[in-house]
Design a protein around this ligand. Structure first.
Ligand code: ADP
Length: 428
């Protein structure tokens, strides 16, 4: 039987405490403290059950027992102490409001806490040792598990209560086991919905008065009141800017509430030609604008949202490239079948530390430059949302003083083979 001195037990307890604290703090840094604690506690639980098992099964030759062994060869005090620690940890995990389910490699539930009943509808003993992919088949969670659950699942209805919203993640534990964590985010989802409704309602309410003000300002001729010509010009420019902000906020609200892109074949040739015309109109001859169409492939998605995303990238290139610079609009199909729409400019460029934040609402590298060029600070947010609805993403490369390349990358499944745009069936 292996020796366990009080010093070792103290070290074990300290190690365990430090582990729980470290993972919780680490997870706290990414605002997932509760999930972090759940994960840490569950991993500790697994470690303790393994070490209990090891202590029972692996006697160390030559080690002197601290208490007389029982007829079965176990140190009763040590086994009792470990059992108590094991129970304490299991109770801690059981008390968590998040569902914690330990799964084996066949997705069979080995253990789950009571919250798994409320959130996932798992009952003991009915669902113990059951393949959860089968048990939850036909639900979003079942499909997600069956597909391998490589990415977390955000904001979905609970299997037995559609009013409850859940976020799920699957974490590998050791070589074969996994930990399924489900968290009730109903309150967060409600708050998020309230925020969305508020922004949409305010934008809507502002639209009419702004249109009226703008209309009256247009009626006033600066030549009739030359002493107010400058003021009138400023008022017109500002009311136009406010109207554009309201329109962009409404576009973002629409994209946020829309669950997916409308599925239609989008012919790229006319879209690209329109983008080029728009760029030339905005540039007024100040830039050299070229269009490089390297593939006849079309896209499957929403024309309105694709146009919105691409034209934002093109207008940014024009606005952030000084006169005399060049702008290339490129459409190509990459080797893996995916599509790449790029806008390459020779403009001001962007320092590296700003790049990861550019798609945040109202984030600007230079506020004055953005305002002077008529920016609202919402363009790249719109691009990100519109692309997200097409399972596409934005890639940004930039060098200050050298220029920028913004690329929208579309999955191969959204690419339409030539000739298929009329009765389109997406590839892949
Ligand atoms: P804005 O309306 O201010 O242009 P965006 O969301 O479209 O807002 O862009 C966010 C910021 O990213 C801009 O304010 C600008 O600083 C920077 N940016 C976007 N596109 C470019 C570009 N092609 N070249 C340089 N900077 C850019």
């Amino acid at each position: 039987m292996r020796e366990a001195s009080p010093r070792h037990s103290l070290i074990r307890a300290l190690l365990l405490g430090t582990w729980l604290l470290a993972v919780t703090l680490l997870a706290g840094l990414v605002r997932q403290a509760l999930a972090g604690f759940a994960l840490a506690a569950a991993l500790a639980l697994i470690w303790m059950s393994w070490s209990t098992h090891r202590l029972r099964c692996l006697p160390t030759p030559g080690a002197a027992p601290s208490a007389p062994p029982t007829p079965s060869g176990h140190d009763p005090r040590r086994v009792r102490r470990l059992a108590a620690q094991f129970r304490a940890l299991r109770n801690a995990v059981a008390a968590l409001p998040d569902a914690v389910v330990l799964l084996d490699e066949q997705f069979r539930a080995l253990w789950f806490n009571p919250a798994s009943d409320t959130l996932l509808g798992l009952r003991r003993p009915r669902h113990l040792r059951c393949d959860l992919r089968e048990q939850l088949r036909g639900t979003l969670i079942g499909d997600w598990l069956a597909a391998g659950a490589s990415e977390p699942l955000h904001d979905i209805p609970a299997p037995h209560d559609a009013q409850r919203r859940l976020s799920l993640s699957l974490i590998p534990v050791g070589a074969t086991q996994r930990l399924l964590l489900a968290r009730d985010i109903s309150t967060l989802a409600r708050l998020e919905q309230m925020r969305r409704d508020f922004v949409a309602n305010v934008s809507h309410e502002l639209r009419t008065p702004l249109t009226v003000i703008h209309g009256y300002l247009e009626l006033l001729d600066p030549e009739d009141v030359p002493q107010l010509a400058g003021v009138l010009g400023d008022m017109r420019a500002q009311s136009k800017r406010m109207a554009q902000i309201v329109e962009d906020l409404l576009t973002l609200s629409r994209l946020e509430t829309q669950s997916g892109a409308s599925e239609e074949p989008v012919a790229m040739a006319p879209l690209l030609a329109t983008l080029r015309r728009e760029a030339e109109a905005l540039s007024q001859g100040r830039h050299r604008i070229t269009l490089e169409v390297e593939t006849p492939a079309n896209l499957f998605g929403s024309l309105k949202d694709l146009h919105s995303a691409c034209s934002n990238l093109v207008s940014n290139a024009v606005r952030y490239t000084p006169s005399g610079g060049s702008i290339r609009i490129r459409w190509q199909q990459l080797e893996d079948g995916s599509g790449a729409f790029s806008v390459i400019d020779t403009g001001y460029g962007i320092p590296a530390h700003h790049i990861s934040r550019l798609t945040e609402r109202f984030y600007r590298v230079s506020s004055s430059r953005s305002r002077d060029s008529g920016g609202t600070g919402l363009g790249l947010s719109i691009v990100k949302h519109a692309l997200g609805m097409h399972q596409a993403r934005i890639e940004i490369r930039s060098e200050p003083g050298q220029g920028s390349t913004f690329t929208a990358l579309f999955p191969a499944a959204r690419m339409l083979l030539p000739g298929a745009s009329g009765d389109a069936t997406p590839r892949g």
